[in-house]
Design a protein around this ligand. Structure first.
Ligand code: FMN
Length: 364
């Protein structure tokens, strides 16, 4: 008799063998002073090494990718060396770790970019405010990338992928979600170009596909994943037909043979802001023949149910992993969970970062 797949079933994720299907979702924590990872980050990630796979916080592929103060980067020798400390600590603790490669595009501000104007597919301002060195400010209208600059950005992703390899990661995830540059190209609310990178869905997906191709040339597609958020409304993201847009992307990715596609469900803000696709995973699952990670508000029970009914192959946990470094043990013992503290999500030191208690310490 076969037992149902559950969170503790091992899996081959592309060419990585994972001990379980409990994935740590990428989470920005803004503790990389000056864009350089540090030993506190190594401790934080190593504490969470019992995840089947850790996906790091989003990481800048170039200085122009900067959306937030103290986000890490992967474009300088110093950053590569500092990330080696993080990957070494995770590997020593028996874990696996992918780097999330990121360009923030229009989600930025001149004060984060050495005075330069943020870049985007089109000169359309995002909705919202941003923390900058001079306080909280409304985001400005970005400058539309010239066609020749688009290939330069693709090359920045390629060198980010190369640097991630030098830094000792097990693979990379492209941040194609949450209203950042790849997503800005994809959705027509932020892309009104009239060259081959705009207009039809195929054209809007061209940048994404070029970046996928570039980073796969370094890693092999079987060590590359991509995160997509078809129902995300953050920063004024909108598409006139998200079902058609994201269906196209999933079908276009089928022959590529990626390690995985990581799909994000809408959160409470998305559900309140307009009528979005909900749930996301079951709608798109039949279109994608490869491995699927589903994310968003999962609990132990709902995650196991999604694995058992085949709507996803793995589940990623954000806030629960942030607050529970030993989340897999806690799931296994079906025991209590630490509550995440939003006050310490972004920036600061070890408080709310490396001091969430482990189970043994709770019990003693
Ligand atoms: C503090 C915090 C930072 C986040 N930063 C990122 C990020 O850098 N990249 C990303 O793709 N998603 C990011 N997310 C979204 C999470 O990866 C995840 O999609 C979201 O938290 C929903 O999953 P959950 O309900 O299990 O927390 C972040 C979420 C949180 C709470």
């Amino acid at each position: 008799m076969s037992t149902a797949i559950n969170l503790f079933s091992p899996i081959e994720l592309g060419s990585n063998s994972l001990a379980n299907r409990i994935i740590m979702a990428p989470m920005t924590r803004l503790r990389a002073m000056g864009g350089i990872p540090n030993s506190l980050m190594a401790t934080y990630y190593a504490q969470r090494a019992s995840a089947g796979l850790i996906i790091t916080e989003c990481t800048m592929v170039s200085p122009m990718s900067n959306g937030y103060m103290n986000c890490p980067g992967i474009y300088s020798p110093e950053q590569i060396e500092a990330w080696q400390m993080v990957t070494g600590a995770v590997h020593d603790a028996g874990g696996k770790i992918f780097l999330q490669l990121w360009h923030s595009g229009r989600i930025s501000h001149p004060s984060l970019l050495g005075g330069k104007q943020p870049v985007a597919p089109s000169a359309i301002a995002p909705v919202g405010e941003l923390h900058t060195p001079t306080g909280k400010v409304a985001m400005e209208t970005p400058r539309a990338l010239e066609k020749h600059e688009i290939s330069e950005v693709v090359e920045q992703f390629r060198s980010g992928a190369k640097n991630a390899k030098a830094a000792g990661f097990d693979g990379i995830e492209l941040h194609g979600a949450f209203g950042y540059l790849i997503d800005q190209f994809l959705q027509d609310g932020s892309n009104q170009r009239n060259d081959e990178y705009g207009g039809s869905i195929k054209n809007r997906a061209k940048f994404l596909m070029e970046v996928v191709e570039a980073v796969s040339s370094i890693w092999g597609a079987d060590r590359v994943g991509i995160k997509l958020s078809p129902s995300n409304t953050f920063y004024g993201m909108v598409d006139s037909n998200p079902q058609a847009t994201f269906s196209y992307v999933l079908e276009a990715l089928n022959p590529v043979g990626l390690a995985y596609v990581h799909l994000m469900e809408p959160n409470e803000i998305d559900l309140k802001s307009r009528d979005v696709i909900n749930p996301v995973t079951p709608l798109f699952r039949p279109l994608y023949q490869g491995t699927l990670i589903s994310n968003g508000n999962y609990t132990y029970e709902t995650a196991n149910a999604a694995l058992a009914d085949g709507s996803a192959d793995l589940i990623s946990f954000g806030k629960l992993f942030l607050a529970n470094p030993d989340l897999p043990s806690r799931f296994k013992l079906n025991t209590s969970l630490n509550e995440p503290d939003p006050e310490t999500f972004y920036g600061g030191g070890k408080e709310g970062y490396t001091d969430y208690p482990f189970l043994e310490k709770v019990a003693s």
